[in-house]
Design a binder for this molecule. Structure first.
Ligand code: RIB
Length: 323
């Protein structure tokens, strides 16, 4: 545990190339299984009720660590009994928790509704994640500066995320989900920016408010994001795979054909795997192919972290390979 004024130290042996630092949220996911999602004003019967470790930051850290990454987490849990649940997946995966502090009050909570077709809807209550501010992030400057890959999402305060570009010396893998108003310099520092089509439109509107809101193809969207000055972009397309845009052009990344039972956290598994690939020196399009397989694997199991593969586990082939 650290407080906001304590510097986060990573053991000497683990520094340098290959280390991944995830700056982000730690939640407990309260799961409700329903036949279909309720309409506004409607009450439905459901099942489930489990409390599972979640949060986009923690999920990404766990996914990366399970694949063999050397991962450290910077975040916060509360002083309630749920804190142990929030930390449990990180601990089991061997994620370094020196940068996770405990703040008075509740741990972050996500109410996750999963329908029969595997699609989910989520309401997030920040709890302790609201305390991951610029002071806490800056206190971890040594770990952030030593990391090959620094990963961030959108479930901590904007000040915490906006403190990152000045500290990152490796690659800044930025997944602005959910999208919030950010200093454009933070968006432009992303390398890669990882977004779905909805998030891409919101980011484009921030970076280029004058741009037409006309519909774009995925290729046009990825190119428009690159044209704003972002070094590299990964546009995730669900069952259609993903598109990578970098200095070498556009690269299509196929999806793996799987029967999805629960897509909760599948996008986070994609990002954790992407971080592992980049940390070991893979080119972005190569890392994105591993990410696509790992994201698909995660959709075949229930919950977020419980559905993630371990290093060496068989992954579903990408559709071009299975054809
Ligand atoms: O991306 C899935 C995650 O979003 C869930 O685990 C939930 O905690 C929310 O943060």
């Amino acid at each position: 545990m650290i407080d906001a004024t304590t510097r986060l130290l990573i053991p000497e042996a683990e520094r340098g190339a290959g280390t991944i630092v995830v700056v982000g949220s730690i939640n407990v996911d309260l799961i409700a299984h329903v036949r279909r999602h309720p309409l506004p004003g409607e009450t439905l019967h459901g099942s489930g009720g489990q409390m599972l470790p979640g949060g986009k930051g923690a999920n990404q850290a766990v996914a990366a660590a399970r694949l063999g990454g050397s991962v450290h987490m910077i975040g916060a849990v509360g002083t309630d009994p749920q804190a142990a649940v929030g930390r449990s997946g990180l601990q089991a995966a061997g994620v370094g928790l020196e940068g996770v502090r405990e703040v008075e009050g509740p741990t972050g909570l996500a109410i996750v509704t999963v329908a029969e077709d595997g699609e989910n809807s989520i309401v997030v209550i920040a709890g302790a994640n609201a305390a991951v501010d610029a002071a806490q992030v800056t206190a971890a400057r040594e770990a952030i500066g030593a990391a090959a890959i620094v990963v961030a999402q959108g479930e901590i305060p904007r000040e915490g995320i906006e403190a990152l570009p000045a500290l990152v010396t490796g690659r800044f893998l930025h997944n602005p989900a959910p999208v919030m108003e950010l200093d454009p310099a933070v968006l432009l520092a992303s390398d890669p920016l990882v977004v779905n089509e909805h998030e891409a439109a919101l980011v484009l509107a921030q970076l280029d408010p004058g741009a037409s809101a006309a519909e774009r193809s995925p290729e046009q969207t990825a190119e428009a994001l690159r044209a704003t000055g972002i070094a590299s972009v990964v546009l995730t397309l669900g069952a259609q795979g993903a598109l990578v845009a970098d200095a070498d052009g556009l690269h299509a990344v196929p999806a793996a054909r799987v029967t999805a039972v629960d897509t909760t956290g599948a996008g986070d598994a994609f990002i954790g795997a992407l971080a592992v690939g980049l940390a070991r020196g893979d080119a972005l399009p190569v890392a994105a192919r591993l990410a696509s397989q790992v994201g698909a694997f995660a959709a075949t199991g229930h919950g977020a972290q419980p559905s993630y593969p371990q290093a060496g586990q068989a992954l579903p082939p990408l559709s071009e390979e299975s054809a």
